[in-house]
Write a protein that binds this ligand. Structure first.
Ligand code: NAP
Length: 286
């Protein structure tokens, strides 16, 4: 059976790993990235490098975006001159892996169906094809694109209609963000108290609060390694979206608001382009 043609728009920390998996699995691939420098390794590996999202979309049966935020999504899908949707042929399957917004209705007008398929897992999981896709949309659309999602993931969970995947992703990242912020506050308190840091962290991470995220973030902070797997700035964005989503349902989301205060402090201190774990050193400062 001929493999469907795939376009991946957005070659950041996550999209580049995902595109690598799709290419290695032998799918014809077109890639687009706003900063064209990131496309160079894919050109070498045989992908078509598109100059605009529209150019990539015209060559694809399945279009996947992996972008920073709603603003980027709107620009890449909907721009009248260069946007992907303008060139999507009827029946093209559209997959929004960053955040779903008003795209589903725009896709329908073009006789295309949109799935939201955000992921859990980070840069190493994207590169290894070990992501978990959280999918919203019709079962028929998911059946059509499963063959491509499969090469990028360890599992694919169908959660319900369009928007379901994005909503669970926000809830997932809200829980991660507030944990990271409270860990950073705990570490600041621990330091200020003059407790033995190593002993104390070992107790915290092996006890009830010792979630996989706490273990990961304390390990990275101990190694002083803040090379980005998940940009601190993007966690701030997810916390803000989660707070707004909660407020739409009249849920106060007080812990999200508090965590956003910590994350904004970290961004103002210059930690936005570092890994999420840099919230720990950022909170050591008064
Ligand atoms: P990233 O490395 O910052 O990549 C962001 C991508 O969006 C880049 O391709 C960037 O292009 C593009 N972009 C940003 N603004 C744009 C605009 N206005 N127009 C066009 N393109 C734009 O981020 P990432 O870590 O890959 O994350 C991508 C998405 O996945 C985010 O929604 C994030 O929340 C989510 N996510 C990330 C992780 C993780 O661990 N990293 C895990 C799960 C989900 P340039 O290269 O030109 O800047």
């Amino acid at each position: 059976m001929t493999k469907p043609r795939v376009a991946i728009l957005g070659l950041g920390l996550m999209g580049s790993g995902m595109a690598g998996r799709v290419l290695t699995a032998g799918f014809p691939l077109a890639v687009y990235n706003r900063n064209p420098e990131k496309t160079a390794p894919f050109a070498k590996a045989g992908a078509y490098v598109a100059r605009t999202p529209r150019d990539a979309a015209a060559r694809a049966d399945i279009i996947i975006t992996m972008l920073a935020d709603d603003h980027a999504s709107r620009a890449v899908w909907l721009d009248k001159e260069t946007g992907a949707l303008a060139a999507a042929a009827p029946g093209t399957w559209l997959i929004e892996s960053s955040t779903a917004s008003e795209l589903a209705a725009a896709a329908k007008q073009k006789e295309c169906e949109l799935l939201d398929a955000p992921v859990t897992g980070s840069k190493p999981q994207a590169a290894a094809g070990e992501l978990l896709f959280l999918v919203g949309g019709s079962a028929e659309a998911l059946a059509a694109v499963r063959v491509v999602l499969a090469v990028m993931s360890r599992d694919i969970v169908h959660l319900g209609p369009t928007g379901s995947g994005a909503t669970l992703k926000l809830i997932n990242n809200f829980l991660c963000g507030v944990q990271a912020a409270s860990l950073a506050e705990a570490m600041a308190l621990l330091n200020a108290s003059g407790l033995d840091k190593e002993k104390s962290v070992a107790i915290l991470t092996s006890g009830a609060p010792g979630s996989p995220l706490l273990k990961l973030l304390t390990t990275r902070a101990a190694a002083n390694d803040f090379t980005p797997n998940f940009l601190l700035r993007l966690m701030t964005k997810d916390l803000t979206y989660a707070r707004d989503e909660g407020q739409r349902h009249k849920i106060a989301m007080n812990t999200a608001t508090a965590a956003i205060t910590d994350f904004e402090k970290a961004i103002n201190a210059g930690y936005g382009e570092k890994d999420l774990s840099a919230i720990i050193p950022a909170m050591q400062k008064p």
